[in-house]
Design a protein around this ligand. Structure first.
Ligand code: ZN
Length: 146
């Protein structure tokens, strides 16, 4: 038996364990709440949010939901079932090496020129945010809030 056949044989012998791994839950180190601003939507879009909730439940993904202050809240916490959350630290978008931000986060909210989406980006300092604002203004991004 050559080395290749030995490997194939080993794989076949252990197929059950290779393809049916033991249960290994991934535990998130954080949780999130989605605050969906329903006041910015028309009735049709609000119905889509409720429909999305229904479709997720039907697909086996569940979590606590609620309403308040014009928002729909999706609690992606310990109530979540049928899905996992992966959390990552924020990184300054002015630094190409994407080092996690330590300390206060300096946010800026923009409207993108191509499709008008509103996005909020994190920066490690007010200096980085100012530099980013200059670059984005040159590309016709509209600064909405900082
Ligand atoms: Zn920075």
């Amino acid at each position: 038996m050559n080395e290749h056949d030995e490997v194939i044989s080993l794989i076949e012998e252990n197929a059950d364990t290779l393809y049916a791994p033991e249960c290994s839950p991934f535990y998130s180190d954080g949780y999130a709440t989605l605050h969906i601003d329903m006041t910015l939507m028309d009735d049709e879009d609000r119905r889509k949010v409720y429909k999305a909730e229904q479709l997720l439940r039907e697909a086996g993904v569940g979590f606590d939901m609620g309403s308040g202050g014009g928002f729909r809240h999706w609690e992606l916490d310990w109530s979540l079932s049928g899905a996992l959350i992966q959390t990552r630290p924020l990184a300054c978008l002015e630094h190409p090496e994407k080092v996690p931000i330590v300390g206060p986060v300096h946010w800026a909210t923009y409207r993108t020129p191509h499709n008008g989406r509103v996005v909020s980006y994190p920066y490690c300092s007010s200096l980085c945010r100012s530099k980013a604002n200059e670059h984005k203004a040159e590309s016709d991004w509209e600064l909405l809030l900082e």
